[in-house]
Design a protein around this ligand. Structure first.
Ligand SMILES: O=C(O)CCC(=O)C(=O)O
Length: 226
């Protein structure tokens, strides 16, 4: 398992706010490695049946299980590092569950609306004790669609999630109405990550820049999960 260590302050911040920023989780070399397969996936160059219908030029993409489908990723050191950090935050039984590549091309206005990941019906222990690593594989500024978080929202239970499929074409979109005045925006450099609790409310706006936003979400929860 990876030796990457969080500080006590980072662990305390996750407990209090429900998210923590981890700068340079990955080295520039690791980012460069992962970018090769990421870009091949978003250009539709990989022979993955379940992705074929989804890749459309200029559209937001959410491609499932990139760790299993992109050549070289399953053996790469990035995932053990993410799992190691997840265990420091939520305990030794935390493990990789699934992942998704979320790509916002230049000029794409689609928002990922306010939601809790566990609000999508995460089962068993995952509903209470789970987390997501959001990793930037290129810069992600607010204007490019970086993540906004509502600090402390992981302590308030599961909020009512409303159908939002008319606003967002991906993943049976749901939306929570929130008071955004307390929201915190994180901006990322390549290799920076945030870890947020499965119950932390979060959001990202569209990408209004001329640069792509390359994000990778890795979801972790206890194994076994019953
Ligand atoms: O990539 C995004 O903009 C949103 C990601 C997200 O909602 C998540 O990782 O849980």
């Amino acid at each position: 398992m990876s030796a990457f260590r969080l500080t006590a302050a980072q662990v305390a911040q996750f407990e209090e706010d429900g998210f923590v920023v981890v700068r340079q989780l990955l080295s520039p070399e690791m980012v460069t490695d992962l970018r090769v397969g990421y870009d091949a996936a978003t250009r539709g160059e990989l022979d993955v049946d379940v992705w074929k219908e989804q890749v459309r030029p200029g559209q937001i993409l959410q491609l499932g299980m990139p760790n299993r489908h992109i050549p070289g990723w399953a053996e790469h050191a990035y995932l053990p590092r993410i799992v190691a950090v997840g265990r420091q935050l939520l305990g030794a039984d935390i493990d990789y569950k699934y992942d998704q590549l979320i790509y916002k091309p230049p000029g794409n206005p689609v928002e990922l609306l306010w939601h809790q990941d566990a609000g999508y019906g995460w089962p068993g222990k995952a509903n209470h004790r789970s987390l997501t690593c959001w990793l930037a594989l290129s810069p992600a500024t607010e204007a490019m669609g970086s993540l906004h978080f509502l600090p402390g929202s992981h302590c308030d239970g599961i909020a009512e999630h409303l159908d939002a499929t008319h606003k967002n074409p991906i993943n049976a979109a749901l939306e929570v109405k929130v008071d955004e005045s307390r929201a915190v925006v994180v901006e990322y450099g390549p290799g920076d990550a945030t870890f947020h609790h499965g119950r932390t409310l979060h959001y990202s706006r569209g990408n209004s820049t001329d640069q792509p936003r390359r994000g990778l979400s890795t979801h972790l929860w206890p194994d076994p999960n019953d």
